[in-house]
Design a binder for this molecule. Structure first.
Ligand SMILES: CC(C)(COP(=O)(O)OP(=O)(O)OC[C@H]1O[C@@H](n2cnc3c(N)ncnc32)[C@H](O)[C@@H]1OP(=O)(O)O)[C@@H](O)C(=O)NCCC(=O)NCCS
Length: 258
């Protein structure tokens, strides 16, 4: 029999009664001081405690993506919002809203691409699947290339950790092989070098750990929120009022009627 009041929200995440809080069936006091924040994220999202070595890999991605400076639209938004008098919560919400398909979404798309290649047979299917992806979605392959860094230093650091984890049997390493095959194909076919970037490497880890593609975006948002908070707080302490995206002496290009 259903209870129309208690069944209004159904959840397997948390159970509570006065004096008791249990998350995924585990009393919160058994978790506090016992598990890392990355393990807690895993437990909340997947309902089980991870192998700590797998959680370390997840944690590495969370560390890697925290910040990419005030030219990143999300970070700039946080700082501009603060100078408009928006409090930290509002500044963070404004900034997180910038993280969508184009800024912050490449990780999710890269996980999808890796899964597509995996379903088509693995690394050997990469060239054909990448070409198909470009026909379907446009010339930019998610997770590769960078406007600022010739080599994104975060990608090789993460890939080294995946290799070590695969060597120890923590993950299979099959998505690492797929991503390397994509990189090799792009090296042969793109008009300029487009090595793997942080989103491509993070997507390898998310796929290796079994996170579904949409969660890749959510995990990126969790990580970038740290940088967003740091910049919002720094701007709060610096002060400044009503700052736009450029110093006021620089004008935009007007190309309308004169
Ligand atoms: C990040 C990005 C916008 C940087 O692009 P850029 O270095 O300014 O490159 P350009 O737009 O000037 O393109 C230059 C050439 O490199 C190619 N190229 C760049 N990134 C590519 C990619 N990811 N896949 C395939 N080709 C790519 C372009 O097709 C273009 O080739 P063409 O001259 O034959 O048309 C681009 O690499 C991209 O969109 N990557 C995918 C999205 C992504 O991973 N974003 C997260 C970045 S951390």
């Amino acid at each position: 029999m259903t209870n129309d009041v208690s069944d209004w929200w159904r959840t397997a995440i948390i159970d509570m009664e006065p004096g008791r809080i249990a998350l995924r069936g585990q009393p919160v006091e058994d978790l506090i001081g016992q598990i890392s924040f990355a393990e807690m994220i895993w437990l909340m999202l997947r309902g089980e405690r991870p192998d700590p070595r797998a959680a370390k890999l997840l944690e590495a991605t969370l560390v890697a993506a925290v910040d990419h400076g005030p030219q990143a639209p999300s970070i700039a938004t946080a700082r501009m919002a603060v100078t408009c008098g928006v409090a930290l919560n509002g500044a963070m919400a404004s900034a997180v809203n910038m993280l969508d398909d184009v800024h912050g979404g490449a990780g999710e798309q890269a996980v999808e691409l890796y899964h597509q290649i995996d379903a088509a047979g693995g690394p050997d299917a990469a060239p054909e699947q990448v070409d198909q992806w470009r026909r379907d979605h446009g010339r930019y392959v998610p997770g590769f290339g960078h406007r600022f860094h010739p080599v994104d230093p975060r990608a090789p650091a993460l890939m080294t950790l995946v290799k070590a984890a695969a060597d120890k049997g923590v993950v299979t390493g099959r998505f690492r092989q797929i991503a390397l095959a994509v990189e090799q194909h792009l090296a042969k076919t793109a008009s300029k070098p487009v090595p793997m970037n942080i989103d491509g490497a993070t997507a390898v880890i998310h796929a290796e750990l079994g996170f579904p593609a949409p969660l890749a975006r959510g995990l990126f948002v969790l990580s970038r929120s740290v940088g967003i908070l740091a910049h919002a707080w720094e701007q709060t302490e610096q002060g400044g009022r009503n700052k736009g995206p450029t110093p006021p002496k620089y004008r935009w290009t007007y190309d309308g009627q004169t």
